[in-house]
Design a protein around this ligand. Structure first.
Ligand SMILES: [Zn+2]
Length: 457
């Protein structure tokens, strides 16, 4: 059991009411937040407690990374200049049959360390692979998250459109991941659907039954690029959002990644069904996908979180970068500096992501009773030396270098800016062999095949 501690900050930003405390503190005990208030009061009331953080630091709720792919963790920094569908053909499809459990495990450790270093305490993942061997792949994600001490919502991104993929093997992979998550301390399972156009109607209906009847909820990509909207309408006579609603998927809690290309009716449907959205600004820019209509979605009451997305479409697994990009992309798109504020992005990165995942009662803000997922930003770092508005300082000034401490479920997983639950240098070394072998097995070792400008026709 974790010991009770006080975490002190010059500014404690709660993502709840009141919005902040000056010279405040949070008390953690047995994995929960028990008190939030003035440091002086809490220190007097709990005199024996170890004190973390410090008088110049900024304390925030842990960030919720609302969308990502640990299946891409070994593929950073390759295959640029492709739009989504060409990128899938060039990079994701060749790798998918070659991902093994060791890749899932090592890749999750590698990306998970980067997430912890950028203040992430909860990650919503979709592992995309073609399970072809006897050994299930995705339980490697859960094993790594448990070792890291990182909270996870885990899904297997199933699709049966590619040749040679058996539906029974996909269902088995879902079941193996579900079993691993059920045995884990910090993970829970969702049914993954890569994208509507990657699933036959039979597999889609099966996924809906698992998500609804099993009480799991679902995680899918939705309206990421214009081509998807066009293709689904041509094939099914409706938008992908309408297709999901018509076939009952939205009867389950659903987290939809992207939602860039929506009609007004699509957005109303998302709001009416309480579908959460994960916005991934850096990946949308890397792949040239488009700009998510965040103001419209949020105005309709859709809960929106922020995602880093996978390392193959956003090479750096850095949540602070995604939070800042969320504001900047809206401003340049609307040619208006008031299009989005730091406060909007901070809320989306914390309580917004938690609510989008249906976990708003458990995590996402610093309130008594919630899980003890807390971040301390170093107020003695040059980037945070002078804080005039702490929310703007967090969104615009802080990067991974400022992340000093991270607590998940009351346990400290980052101390002095370094992940402490695993040895980062060992993970880096182990990932080199795994990445080189994966790229070789996938036939991508000759990088000239990926050096095109615009992808294969
Ligand atoms: Zn994605």
């Amino acid at each position: 059991m974790s010991e009770a501690v006080l975490i002190r900050g010059r500014h404690v930003l709660t993502s709840a009411a009141p919005e902040s405390y000056t010279d405040g503190a949070v008390r953690l005990s047995e994995g929960r937040i028990t008190h939030v208030g003035a440091y002086r009061d809490l220190a007097a009331r709990f005199p024996g407690h170890p004190v973390h953080g410090g008088p110049n630091d900024i304390v925030t709720p842990g960030f919720v990374n609302a969308h990502g792919h640990f299946s891409e963790a070994l593929l950073a920094g390759m295959a640029e200049q492709y739009e989504l569908n060409a990128w899938i053909r060039a990079l994701i499809a060749p790798v998918a049959p070659h991902l093994r459990r060791e890749d899932a495990y090592v890749g999750t450790l590698l990306a998970g360390i980067q997430m912890l270093h950028s203040g992430v305490t909860l990650v919503n993942d979709m592992f995309v692979c073609d399970p072809v061997g006897p050994e299930p792949v995705t339980p490697g994600v859960v094993q790594a998250l448990d070792e890291l001490g990182l909270r996870g919502v885990v899904a297997f991104g199933a699709g049966d459109a590619r040749p040679g993929v058996e539906r029974a093997a996909l269902v088995r992979e879902h079941e193996e991941l579900e079993r691993a998550a059920a045995a884990s301390r910090l993970c829970r399972f969702r049914v993954g659907i890569t994208v509507v156009s990657a699933q036959s109607p039979e597999l889609f209906d099966q996924s809906v039954r698992m998500a609804v009847d099993g009480g799991h909820g679902a995680h899918l990509h939705l309206h990421e690029v214009r081509e998807e909207a066009v293709e689904v309408r041509a094939r099914h006579g409706s938008s992908a959002v309408e297709y999901c609603a018509d076939r009952g998927l939205f009867d389950a809690p659903v987290l939809a990644a992207h939602c860039v290309w929506n009609s007004r009716r699509d957005m109303v449907l998302l709001a009416e069904h309480g579908v959460g959205v994960a916005h991934n600004p850096v990946a949308n820019m890397v792949l040239g996908s488009g700009v998510c209509p965040l103001p419209e979605l949020r105005e309709l009451g859709v809960e929106v979180g922020i995602g880093v997305d996978g390392a193959a479409s956003n090479d750096r697994q850095d949540m602070t970068e995604a939070i800042k990009a969320t504001v900047l992309l809206q401003r340049v798109h609307h040619l208006r500096a008031s299009a989005m504020s730091a406060r909007d992005a901070f809320r989306m990165a914390t309580i917004g992501g938690a609510r989008a995942l249906g976990m708003g009662a458990e995590v996402g803000s610093l309130e008594p009773g919630k899980a003890a997922d807390v971040v301390v930003l170093d107020g003695d770092s040059p980037a945070l030396a002078n804080v005039h508005d702490p929310v703007q300082s967090v969104v615009y000034c802080a990067g991974p270098r400022e992340v000093k401490e991270v607590w998940v479920d009351g346990r400290q997983v980052v101390a002095g800016g370094e992940a402490v639950s695993v040895r980062p240098a060992d993970v880096v070394a182990r990932s080199r062999d795994a990445a080189a072998s994966l790229v070789r097995r996938s036939g991508l070792h000759d990088l000239s095949v990926l050096a095109g400008t615009g992808g294969p026709s």
